[in-house]
Design a protein around this ligand. Structure first.
Ligand SMILES: Cc1cc2nc3c(=O)[nH]c(=O)nc-3n(C[C@H](O)[C@H](O)[C@H](O)COP(=O)(O)OP(=O)(O)OC[C@H]3O[C@@H](n4cnc5c(N)ncnc54)[C@H](O)[C@@H]3O)c2cc1C
Length: 677
């Protein structure tokens, strides 16, 4: 094995680097539960890197990248390693670049308000620093204790308060990145495009290393309003959630628990006994009574799932439960809660008081750390976050629940709602399929069951019209299924990687399936028409905007583009960056369009299915919206439509040039993408 740390230290004197065994083990993986199964099976560090380096400035990151490019050494950016999809799985010839020493707030502009923060800043101290200045980012992933700003951007993360503040992609004003050539570039968001930021957000370390981000801030909330309602069934609950978001209400937190998950949520967070309970076992399986019982239950999960999913069980468990938290000014939070209460109760919700929402807030990060004892007991747990527009949410819920339920015990909650759809967060626990244990042994049988479970569930997600990932990203875990969702989009992402990183040194093997010679079947075009449940309309791009608006008007809907509609076709208007459209920062939970069908310049069709939000690599709509016809043309677009009588929410004011000039570096990248496509 080459002495990569020694080489790095000689080439870049003063830079901290290590090839020590402890460091190599520590940086050999992220928190993908599949890795945990390897650890339990006695293989703690299958993917040890050759060296780890800790740059402390953007210049040092650029030096590392240039050195790696010249030497042909692959590099893997590392935030805090809390990813759960296998985004970190290096090899002996790889250098891991830990960004955590880039941990400064470079600038806080209270007037905008805006912060520029380096990529390695950890979540909790970052929010504390902002809170001290009277602001919040509004981004609270459950992993906030163990994740970095750069990791959030790279994985297209979502926080618990996305209902008011949106996902990370809705917060970025600009990114400073080091591309695979070692060039330092500043990419700025532009209302009217071209906009390269959405291509790097979600690129999971494969296109550029994010070194700092300018992020939009909000005033720290002065007040919170708490509420909870029970509903007879889970669909009753999500209908109420849909009604809330489509009525223009924006609870920062809105979480609907299915009856079993609701029963657990009502009990509160981690109990003290849980922490004391099972000590990690040295062998592959715990012999404790709890462990034996757990494995026995999980060996035949089908019957248990069916029982708990029945109407009788739903009633016995107390039904589904919706928890909301509004935040903002005293008046705003209370008014939001009052309106939500009227709406939920008109839809059959029974007021459960403030306590469940307050309890959730008190334990908001606890539940995520309950996994270790289950692994120690010889079983496994994992989570899967998928999303769909409202009209497909029922299919997605049933499809994925059934697919998972054949292999593992499953429960769900619905968090991250938007006017056009919602994310479903499945939690599941499984054990080795008894049929495989004799043949493979316990741990290998567990791993095989785990793999089967994921394969079935991801197939079900795509078949039922959902997206494979809402906020955890793709990594290596979902990469083999990516083509099922993106079709030719996979090749487009590969071309983007080539444009940003021509030598292919950045996190190779992550995000994309291995190149295949099969050409995917041409995607079917999106059906034109109105999806009233999701308030989306799929409109032909040649339709003139006034004509589209007239048709919507007859249905009581509008594109809400103001009185003077440009006489442009929808496609031309989008290609120009939707001039005159409402600024998306006024309502971060909403979006202008949910998907599109396009034809790339070389004639290949690209279909980006509608989703309220997703985390399946770069946002490819940015290649068309505001980009003119540089990369191709839009054929159809899934536009967000609004009820004519609806009031649209407005977030606190901000002052920032939303259409800054395009820099030479950005122009260079746009040209590189044109060549690569
Ligand atoms: C208990 C738990 C709860 C979680 N809850 C949430 C949640 O609520 N919401 C959510 O969105 N996610 C959640 N996650 C997933 C995870 O925390 C997020 O994906 C997070 O954004 C990863 O950040 P990180 O700094 O740990 O990145 P890492 O895990 O270190 O890296 C993630 C990926 O991004 C790349 N990367 C990291 N930093 C950079 C950079 N600066 N530039 C370029 N590429 C980079 C890496 O190469 C890797 O591919 C949870 C995870 C755990 C373990």
């Amino acid at each position: 094995m080459a002495d990569l740390a020694g080489e790095l230290s000689r080439a870049l004197p003063g830079m901290r680097a290590s090839s020590g065994e402890a460091d190599r083990v520590a940086y050999s993986r992220d928190l993908w539960p599949r890795h945990h199964l390897d650890v339990r099976a006695g293989r703690p560090a299958e993917h040890r890197p050759g060296a780890i380096v800790w740059p402390s400035s953007t210049d040092e990151v650029a030096h590392v990248v240039r050195w790696a490019r010249e030497r042909g050494v692959p590099i893997v950016p590392f935030g805090a390693g809390s990813g759960v999809c296998g985004g970190i799985a290096p090899r002996e010839d790889v250098v891991v670049v830990d960004l955590k020493r880039l941990d400064r707030i470079r600038r806080l502009d209270p007037a905008a308000p805006l912060v520029e923060v380096e990529a390695g800043f950890m979540g909790v101290p970052f929010e504390q620093a902002l809170g001290g200045a009277g602001f919040t980012l509004g981004h609270f992933p459950s992993s906030i204790l163990c994740s970095t700003v750069g990791g959030w951007v790279a994985a297209r993360s979502a926080g618990q308060c996305s209902g008011a503040y949106g996902k990370i992609e809705d917060m970025v004003a600009s990114l400073e990145c080091v591309t695979g050539t070692g060039e330092v570039v500043r990419l700025r968001r532009r209302q009217s495009g071209p906009d390269l930021v959405p291509l790097v957000v979600g690129s999971e370390g494969t296109m550029a290393i994010v070194t700092s981000a300018e992020l939009r801030l909000h005033p720290a909330p002065a007040c919170r309003g708490f509420g909870a309602w029970s509903f007879p069934t889970t669909p009753d609950g999500w209908e109420a959630m849909r009604a809330l978001f489509q009525a223009g209400l924006r609870p920062a937190v809105a979480r609907l628990y299915d009856p079993f998950d609701a029963m657990l949520a009502k009990q509160g967070g981690v109990k003290k006994e849980d922490a004391k309970r099972s000590r990690p076992t040295t062998g592959a399986r715990s012999r404790s009574f709890g462990g034996v019982a757990l494995r026995a239950v999980l060996r035949r999960p089908g019957a248990l799932n069916e029982l708990l999913h029945s109407r009788v069980a739903a009633r016995a468990l107390g039904g589904a439960m919706l928890v909301v938290i509004f935040e903002g000014t005293d008046e705003g939070a209370q008014q939001g809660l009052d309106e939500a209460r009227t709406l939920c109760e008109s839809m059959g919700g029974i007021w459960e008081g403030e306590a469940p929402a307050r309890r959730w807030l008190a334990h908001r990060y606890s539940v995520s750390y309950r996994q270790a004892p289950v692994f120690a007991d010889g079983a496994f747990v994992d989570t899967m976050e998928v999303a769909a527009r409202w009209s497909r949410l029922g299919d997605l819920y049933e499809g994925v629940r059934r697919a998972l339920g054949e292999h593992v015990f499953v429960m769900a909650h619905f968090s991250h709602a938007y006017p056009d759809g919602c994310c479903i967060y499945f939690s599941f626990a499984g054990s080795a399929d008894p049929g495989l244990v004799r043949e493979l042994g316990w741990d290998a049988a567990c791993a095989a069951t785990y793999d089967r479970t994921w394969k079935a569930a991801l197939a079900a997600a795509v078949e039922s019209g959902g997206t494979l990932a809402h906020h955890h990203g793709v990594g290596r875990s979902k990469a083999p299924r990516l083509r099922a969702e993106l079709g030719h989009g996979v090749d487009v992402v590969r071309s983007l990687m080539h444009a940003f990183d021509p030598a292919g040194i950045l996190n190779p093997g992550n995000l994309l399936p291995p190149p295949s010679s099969d050409s995917p079947p041409p995607p079917s075009p999106s059906p034109l028409g109105l999806d009233r449940d999701s308030l989306l309309a799929c409109i032909d791009a040649t339709t003139e905007l006034p004509a589209a608006e007239r048709q919507l008007h007859d249905a009581g809907l509008t594109l809400d583009l103001g009185a003077s509609l440009p006489s442009l076709s929808l496609g031309d208007w989008l290609a120009r960056g939707a001039p005159g459209a409402r600024d998306r920062w006024l309502d971060p939970a909403d979006q202008l369009l949910a998907g599109l069908d396009a034809t790339l310049s070389d004639g290949r069709p690209l279909v980006i299915h509608p989703a309220p939000r997703r985390a399946v690599g770069p946002d490819l709509t940015a290649l068309f919206v505001g980009a003119g016809d540089r990369f191709g043309r839009i054929d159809r677009a899934w536009m967000r439509v609004h009820r004519r009588d609806a009031t649209r929410p407005t977030a606190p004011a901000f002052q920032l040039d939303r259409d800054p000039p395009v820099s030479d570096a950005e122009r260079g990248l746009l040209d590189a993408i044109t060549r690569a496509l």
